[in-house]
Ligand binder design. Structure first.
Ligand code: PLP
Length: 462
């Protein structure tokens, strides 16, 4: 780094810190942030992101600056109703004041842990998770992102069983790290990285018989399966709800063949689908469960896994070593920021808020309200809104083709409602708002949808 560059970087950092710390921005600062954002994304992030966002917002350079309960605000304070909820992050709303209070108290005390002493919040959080998750799920390991949690689940399944193979599902989404993407069920996300983890078989989602056949065939040729990994409802895949009994059947298959049943509840967990975990809906206990997104309280990222005792107790048996997880507690990983005090404080406070306010029950009731509204819209515009489905506040609408979906999301955005399709397709558009969204706001969203669908009908002559 040259001396001149260091000087320039210091000036730039000071200018940005000044804007972050400003109580109010001047008109020049607002314009600067808007223009800088376009230039910075084009030159230093990836111009593709601006192009991609154009498909959602009519203004490629819509810049978010504040959030508050149900809304995002731009630099001028214009409010957009958040119907995407960060794909599940904002279950308890944006900037929830009760959760923020806990986080701020912890920030003032100490934000990150020593890495060597015993950090109490990690223990409290692990205990609480054992209390609110199904069955005898007991041991937690905390990570920072969803994909990282998946990596831990995959590794633990190998340690616990000595198996090497995984069964995953077509259409699945488990994140984009190398292990997680190996489990992924969408070609567009995978094909550039092949070969990845080779020992994966993808079977049809919702088809327990196909799952059993895959495990059985592997066993027949001398292979050993470590785990069956599924989302209890596929989120990114387009809110695909499997037939009742599917999760129970997978439990029976895992028991029969001695492999781990892994539920990825990163999107479905924490009240999103109308129960605290989707696993609760069928009364099934997985061997390993991942969680994330809403666990952050919308404030500080935290993800992780929780596992049944046998997975820890038997770890290493496959390699002839006694109990690797207890003997070598770092064997799964030791992420520097995993389970840090700020994140644990946010998660603990989120659990309190969810239990105190019955967020799962709220999600169920409001989800049903949404479905009634969508049914009316579907009857009114059957050629545009071809179908819709959901559980709790995890809902999706289907349109005849992606272009129609984009048109509807654009129409919603121009009516100050934000939502989006999946990352690569807007044929299905998700509604995944803060569960705290008011009924009054839901009515506003349904009204905006009515207008946006009517416009799309006209535009595509449907
Ligand atoms: C079910 C599921 N698993 C894993 C992930 C990956 O999480 P992250 O994006 O935090 O890595 C996601 C993200 O959308 C998800 O929906």
């Amino acid at each position: 780094m040259t001396e001149r560059n260091m000087k320039l970087a210091l000036e730039e950092a000071k200018r940005v810190v000044g804007m972050i710390e400003a109580d109010e921005l001047t008109a020049e600062q607002k314009k600067a942030i808007h223009d800088d954002s376009i230039a910075n994304f084009n030159e230093n992030v990836n111009p593709g992101w601006l192009e991609y966002r154009k498909s959602v917002s009519t203004d490629a350079a819509f810049v978010e600056w504040e959030d508050d309960n149900e809304v995002f605000k731009d630099l001028n304070g214009t409010e957009f109703i958040d119907c995407l909820g960060g794909f599940g992050i904002f279950a308890c709303g944006h900037g929830n004041p009760e959760i923020k209070k806990t986080v701020m108290a912890q920030l003032d005390r100490y934000a990150l842990h020593s890495q060597e002493l015993v950090d109490p919040l990690r223990g409290y959080l692990a205990k609480l998770l054992a209390m609110i998750t199904p069955g005898d799920l007991q041991y937690s390991f905390f990570t920072n992102g969803g994909a990282e949690a998946i990596e831990m689940a995959l590794k633990l399944a190998r340690l616990a069983t000595g198996g090497r193979w995984y069964i995953s599902t077509v259409g699945a989404f488990h994140g984009k790290s190398m292990g997680a993407i190996s489990m992924g069920g969408k070609a567009a996300y995978r094909e550039d990285y092949i070969p990845m983890i080779q020992q994966v078989q993808h079977v049809e989602y919702g088809n327990a018989a196909a799952t059993e056949a895959a495990v059985k065939n592997l066993v027949a040729v001398g292979e050993k399966v470590a785990g069956i990994i599924v989302e209890p409802i596929q989120g990114e895949g387009g809110v695909i709800i499997p037939p009742d009994g599917y999760l129970k059947d997978l439990r029976a298959i895992a028991d029969k063949y001695g492999c781990c049943l892994i539920f990825d509840e990163i999107q479905t967990g924490m009240g999103r689908t109308g129960t605290m975990w989707r696993a609760d809906y069928e009364g099934v206990t997985p061997d390993i469960m991942t969680y994330g997104k809403a666990t952050s309280g919308g404030l500080v990222p935290i993800t992780g896994i929780i596992a049944r005792p046998w997975t820890y107790e038997k770890s290493g048996v496959g390699t002839g070593t006694e109990c690797k997880m207890f003997d070598n507690p770092w064997i799964l990983g030791s992420p520097t920021f995993g389970g840090n005090p700020m994140a644990c404080a946010a998660f603990i406070s989120t659990i309190r808020y969810m239990l105190e306010n019955d967020i799962p029950g709220m999600s169920k009731a409001k989800g049903e309200y949404y479905m009634k509204g969508l049914k009316k819209l579907q009857e009114k515009y059957p050629t545009v809104l071809t179908t819709f489905r959901g559980s709790g506040m995890l809902i999706c609408m289907e349109f005849p083709e992606a272009e129609v979906g984009y048109e509807v999301t654009k129409g919603l955005f121009s009516r100050k409602v934000m939502t989006a399709g999946t990352l690569v397709n807007a044929k299905t558009v998700r509604i995944e708002p803060p569960i705290t969204q008011s009924y009054e706001t839901i009515d506003k969203v349904l009204e905006a949808l009515d207008g946006a669908i009517a416009d799309a009908k006209k535009a595509f002559n449907l």
